[in-house]
Write a protein that binds this ligand. Structure first.
Ligand SMILES: *Cc1c(COP(=O)(O)O)cnc(C)c1O
Length: 397
């Protein structure tokens, strides 16, 4: 080892072990060394008892997985490079050709887009159920049904479903199916509840998916998703699909989510408080027909929310009175100064976006006016209220 090129790589110095500090260390690797051939042959990564290859886990990703399993009240966790990739992991782990998936009518849009695209191409069909009517879910289940997605609150329109009633329908259908039959898996998209507002498993879900892009990140700077389970058999199906697709997350991204986790509950509560103030205030405005927000009496599912949830996240949707045209509503959105136009939510900056609900739904939509969804950030709530107030003047102008 006289050559400097070799010496710089195979250097004998080792820093002392046990560097102990607040942050979790950021471990990066494709290759992981084995001590000898016996070690190479025997080491296992599936139960996190060892390291074999960067894609199969590092101390950084294993730590993040454990903390997220704790957040969701589950036992096992897998990471995906976005929330949507976590949705795709669930779909591909549990669905085969000939199977059917049921989606709530107010499902997160790209979940449906994936179903319309690749899943249909692979011979996997999907239908929609009314998330506010457990009897409708029961009626939609067929022998081919293998996966039911749940979302609380629903995307954009924020109806809060009766998760215990919906998951009871699925449990009953599985009991009627008998031994040996592949059961229906219930998967909850828990991005809104974030593991803070309620425990998805205690409300009956088998699988809890979370877009960490939102609350756990909190910085609008990283994309990631997680899939948490309690049942080892479901976890192992997910692990196999996860490994075969080569799904992994970058160490720096894992670091950002680990950095956001300790403040997740505090940010959730702060944004929840501001959101309730703004939702209530907006619901009293003369320009507004109604505000959709689970904590507002009269919002769909309010009583269920009150029974099952301890938080209400950072989203509310305002439905304008029908006298206001879409160009006027667009001008309102363009006039907001603190609220930026953009997707995603749970970051520091407040956001808004107009939606044409009838064009993305199948169930009848009872409102005639346009809808704007607000995502409340961490700004002072009075500043946000004044911003909406000045933009409402532009709506009339
Ligand atoms: C944002 C979001 C996702 C997808 O997360 P990405 O990381 O943006 O892919 C999934 N479900 C819900 C409810 C979301 O809000």
């Amino acid at each position: 080892m006289s050559d400097i090129r070799t010496q710089l790589i195979h250097h004998p110095y080792r820093a002392p072990a046990e560097f102990d500090a607040v942050p979790v260390a950021v471990h990066k690797a494709s290759t992981v060394f084995f001590n000898n051939v016996a070690d190479l042959r025997s080491r296992r990564w599936k139960d996190k008892s060892g390291y074999t290859y960067g894609l199969h886990g590092t101390p950084t990703t294993f730590t993040l997985e454990e903390r997220l399993a704790t957040l969701e009240g589950g036992r096992y966790c897998l990471l995906a490079p976005s929330g949507l990739a976590a949705v795709a992991l669930v779909d591909t782990a549990f669905l085969q050709q000939g199977d059917e998936m049921l989606l709530p009518d107010n499902v997160y849009g790209p979940n449906q887009t994936l179903a319309d695209g690749e899943l249909v191409g692979w011979g996997i069909t999907h239908r929609f159920y009314d998330p506010m009517d457990p009897a409708d879910l029961a009626a939609k289940i067929t022998p081919a049904t293998r996966l039911v997605w749940l979302e609380a609150a629903g995307s954009i329109t924020l109806e809060f479903p009766d998760l215990p009633a919906l998951t009871a329908v699925i449990r009953d259908a599985n009991a009627a199916r008998g031994v040996g039959a592949r059961p229906i898996v219930s998967a909850l998209d828990n991005t809104w509840g974030a593991g803070i507002a309620f425990n998805g498993f205690e409300l009956g879900a088998d699988v809890v998916m979370h877009a960490l892009t939102k609350y756990p990140s909190g910085g609008a700077d990283v994309l990631m998703g997680s899939v948490v389970t309690r049942d080892p058999a479901l976890h192992h199906m997910l692990v196999d699909t996860h490994m075969r697709f080569g799904i992994g997350v970058g160490a720096n991204d894992a670091e950002l989510v680990l950095r956001g986790l300790p403040t997740t509950a505090l940010r959730y509560e702060a944004q929840d408080r501001s959101t309730r103030v703004l939702a209530q205030w907006m619901s009293e405005r003369p320009e507004v027909a109604c505000v959709l927000h689970p904590a507002l009496p009269g919002s769909p599912g309010h009583l269920t929310w009150k029974r099952d949830a301890m938080g209400a996240a950072c989203l509310f949707s305002a439905v304008f009175k029908p006298e206001f045209s879409q160009p006027q509503i667009d001008r309102f959105c363009d006039s907001l100064q603190l609220f930026h136009l953009g997707w995603s939510w749970a970051g520091p900056i407040s956001l808004c976006a107009p939606y044409d609900v009838p064009s993305i739904r199948r169930l009848p939509w009872p409102h005639a006016g346009g809808l704007v969804r607000f995502a409340v950030g961490l700004e002072a709530v009075d500043d946000l209220r004044q911003d909406i107030e000045q933009a409402l003047r532009a709506l009339r102008g």
